[in-house]
Design a protein around this ligand. Structure first.
Ligand SMILES: [Zn+2]
Length: 417
């Protein structure tokens, strides 16, 4: 099958639905629109989170579209191979016979050909983009840095195509397609590189700050791992650390080791982690000097950020540990202490917080209740893609943005996420 076959199929029907409104369905939707034969809507097995629109087309539940399908509407099935049989069975249940299964290779082909020039909107949805660093890095093994140049291009595109709103607006219901910009961790480059661009385009953003390194030259602990293993000429070719042997003879192995060590360290209590890091420094002959580029913001920069009209400051714990691995009292300390530290520096209360790492395994019920008791009203995770007032009033997901360098790729990212 070729992408042209899909075009022919769509042209041969008065009405065509795309079964599947995920990544594959979106790619097909864009492709068919760009090729002058747009489809009429999406069909899904079950409406999720009340989402009724995707890329400016309606979404129907299969039962709702059954009548139309019976009377001659075509269906293109655009889902992951593993789901095709299930979808075909659903179609058989409503006695649909006229459908086309679009295989993954064709989807990949369409994706290649799409220009993604037009930005499609999805009304009623608020997406929060998650950035960490705005810095050109030689090595970005954690995949969290966006160069200032890429960031500026991205902000320009957002400004042109979307309403970018401050974090507090997340709880305001709307039928628009809105974007919120957020940063985690509180790197110095947020002040040096992100702020001027945000101010230039007058784009609001929230910066969630971990307070443990404010005012020190220490790097965040994951950057320290990277420095010790990847950027330390004295590091031996083989090390034994926490019972694991690591061969460090090439960059691939080094990066693999960093990920493994990070995974082991993120579930530790801060003191224990510091201890292990100092052991790691010792066995690798690392001199312990923090790199300037990787610094946390200083107290003064935090104040300046807070004074900027476009910036909201939020909390992100003291030590940036996995909260679910800490006892409740420790979680309380992480959340309350960091809140106090920030509030002392900036002289007013903060009301928004994000979980370190942000995955579903990184926080628990206690974390949420402790954060609420501390006075946090808006709490961010990284698990779901949208803010959905019906699911959880003050808990929303975010989408990580990496160093996307071209306008085409950033528009593609916005269309597919
Ligand atoms: Zn973080």
């Amino acid at each position: 099958m070729l992408s042209n076959d899909v075009i022919e199929y769509v042209k041969g029907h008065d009405v065509v639905y795309c079964y599947g409104a995920g990544r594959f369905g979106k790619i097909a939707r864009v492709f068919l629109s760009e090729n002058g034969c747009p489809i009429d809507g999406f069909v899904v097995s079950k409406i999720e989170n009340g989402q009724r629109e995707c890329l400016e087309l309606p979404i129907y539940e299969i039962s709702e579209a059954a009548e139309n399908i019976k009377s001659g509407a075509g269906i293109i099935i655009c889902v992951n191979q593993t789901l095709v049989d299930i979808f075909v069975n659903h179609l058989k249940e409503i006695e649909a016979k006229d459908y086309l299964i679009v295989d993954e290779n064709v989807i990949a082909q369409m994706d290649q050909m799409n220009s993604y020039d037009k930005v499609f909107h999805q009304k009623g949805r608020t997406r929060t983009l998650l950035y960490h660093r705005i810095q050109k890095l030689e090595k970005d093994i954690w995949g969290i840095a966006c160069s200032p140049q890429s960031f500026e291009l991205q902000m320009k595109i957002l400004k042109e195509h979307f309403e970018v709103v401050p974090i507090d607006d997340i709880i305001v219901c709307t039928d628009k397609d809105r974007i919120i910009i957020s940063f985690d961790d509180g790197y110095k480059d947020n002040y040096e590189n992100a702020l001027p661009i945000l101010e230039k385009y007058n784009i609001p953003a929230v910066i969630y700050v971990s307070t443990g390194n404010i005012g020190s030259d220490k790097e965040f602990w994951w950057d320290e791992i990277e420095r010790i293993i990847c950027s330390n000429e004295k590091c031996p070719d083989n090390i034994l650390f926490m019972g694991d042997e690591y061969a460090l003879t090439d960059m691939g192995l080094k990066v693999g080791a960093c990920y493994k060590i990070r995974e082991n360290l993120l579930r530790m209590l801060p003191e224990e982690r510091d201890e292990q890091l100092s052991i790691l420094r010792e066995i690798t002959l690392d001199d312990g000097a923090g790199r300037m580029d990787n610094k946390s913001i200083s107290a003064n920069e935090l104040k300046m950020l807070d004074k900027a009209a476009v910036i909201t400051i939020g909390g992100h714990t003291v030590s940036h540990s996995r909260l679910s691995a800490e006892p409740e009292e420790m979680q309380r300390w992480e959340i309350e202490e960091s809140k106090h530290v920030i509030e002392n520096y900036i002289g007013h209360v903060i009301t928004t917080f994000s979980f370190p790492f942000g995955g579903i395994e990184d926080y628990d019920e206690k974390t949420i209740s402790v954060a609420r008791e501390a006075g946090y009203e808006i709490i961010a995770a990284v698990t779901r893609k949208y803010y959905d007032p019906k699911m959880d009033e003050y808990n929303f997901g975010r989408i990580c943005v990496q160093n996307i360098e071209s306008a085409r790729d950033f528009k593609r990212f916005l269309s597919l996420n």
